[in-house]
Design a protein around this ligand. Sequence first.
Ligand code: CA
Length: 230
Amino acid sequence: MMNAKILIVEDEPAIQELLAFNVMQAGFLALRAADAESAWQQIRGNLPDLILLDWMLPNTSGVVLAKQFRADARTKDIPIIMLTARGDERDKILGLESGADDYITKPFSPRELMARIRAVLRRHIPAMPDETVAAGGLELSPTSHRVTAKGRAIELGPTEFRLLHFFMTHAERVYSRTQLLDQVWGTQVFVEERTVDVHIRRLRAALEPVEMDNVIQTVRGSGYRFSINL
Ligand code: CA
């Protein structure tokens, strides 16, 4: 995963600097924050692919922040590696229970840190699901790249295909444009939010001939929802 963005949340400037240096040396992009508030600020502007999270932070601890990341729709799937000076087993379990994917004890060698980062990133490359999904007369097959609605073939572009796949596997929930960009376009791509509306329009237009364009619903002020309960 070249150019993966790594958010470093560490309040000690020297350690933050060392982490950023190692991350950049390895070819990743480093985003930095010194506390929970600035971490959320970074995330609002730039969704990271991985978070390096210090346990001991001012105000909000790393454990609490990890739980917040797991509870937020935008950040819940971002892998987290906890950094800590604590080495005992109970703390390790507490860190992992808070939602961290891995755990590294200070002082750590840069080599060990980079090996952990690479391993966690590899685990999180989204596997392309092969299963055919069906909902309300729609059927979508990722392997054959075919969509049928009420038994009729529907032609979709690749983005509309991915968008419909996401909606069908996440029905009855409202997603903001930002969330859809993160989930469908991916975190590596910079696309304007208006782009989402364009693809939603195309998707609806493709579903209109079978009178199913209303499964993609606009939720005013919030975003879009896929629903077959009309
Ligand atoms: Ca600290």
